[in-house]
Design a protein around this ligand. Structure first.
Ligand code: GRF
Length: 219
């Protein structure tokens, strides 16, 4: 039976697209059984509709408080019986009810090399710090903000004339290559999530968990 993915988005959904396109190409195992957004206006919902992916909106505004929203989000995601919950540009912190229900089954992509530059504006923080390389991180989600066990990272150069937008665009190019690989590795059991992230079966050849200097380019 196919490995079931629930993808949570808030905006553009370019990582959703990258994962779905990898699935369609046959380079990512599993299938997306649900796309869930906290915003009805998320562009990624249009992509989901065009590709026949079931979608749903769970807006924080429809609930009296954060914990009610968190419980409703967890219930909605659970309806789709996912093996893995993929936060792909989901701009809200999921709470305890959600994480309890999907322990060790929630992953996120962050636009910096964690533990550096957590939170919002990873590219902006990298520019302000003057680092020469930054990148992206795929990690297990825990109760903190961008603090869970690291699964994989890719490195991106910071160029002298970079702006937040140009740097973020190249980081996203790396995300679009790394994230589907990680999902595939989890779906195939090459990477196992738990209190620690473990490799099993084939040993990592450097292309899944660490991808040095992806060729810079547009998405
Ligand atoms: C990505 O850069 C990701 O690192 C961050 O949010 C952004 C989402 O982009 N968490 P998209 O919606 O997948 O295009």
């Amino acid at each position: 039976m196919s490995f079931r993915l629930a993808v949570l988005i808030s905006g553009k959904g370019s990582n959703l697209r990258a994962i779905q396109e990898a699935i369609e190409r046959g380079t990512c195992a599993g299938s997306i059984v649900a796309v869930i957004s906290d915003r009805a206006s998320a562009q990624g919902l249009t992509f989901a509709a065009e590709h026949g992916l079931p979608s749903s909106v769970v807006s924080v505004r429809d609930y009296p408080d954060r914990s009610a929203w968190d419980a409703a989000l967890a219930a909605k995601v659970a309806d789709f019986m996912p093996d893995l919950v993929v936060l792909a540009g989901f701009m809200r912190v999921v709470g305890a009810a959600f994480l309890d229900r999907f322990a060790h089954r929630v992953i996120n992509v962050h636009p910096a090399l964690l533990p550096l530059f957590p939170g919002t504006n990873g590219p902006e923080q990298a520019l302000a710090a003057g680092v020469r390389v930054t990148g992206c991180t795929v990690h297990v989600v825990d109760a903190g903000v961008d603090t869970g066990p690291i699964i994989a990272q890719a490195v991106v150069r910071v160029l002298p004339d970079d702006t937040n937008d140009t740097l973020h665009e190249r980081i996203q190019h790396a995300e679009h290559q790394l994230f589907p690989r990680v999902v595939d590795a989890i779906a195939r059991g090459v990477v196992t999530l738990g209190a620690q992230v473990r490799m099993s079966g084939a040993s990592d050849d450097g292309t899944i968990l660490f991808a040095p200097l992806f060729r810079d380019g547009p998405t």
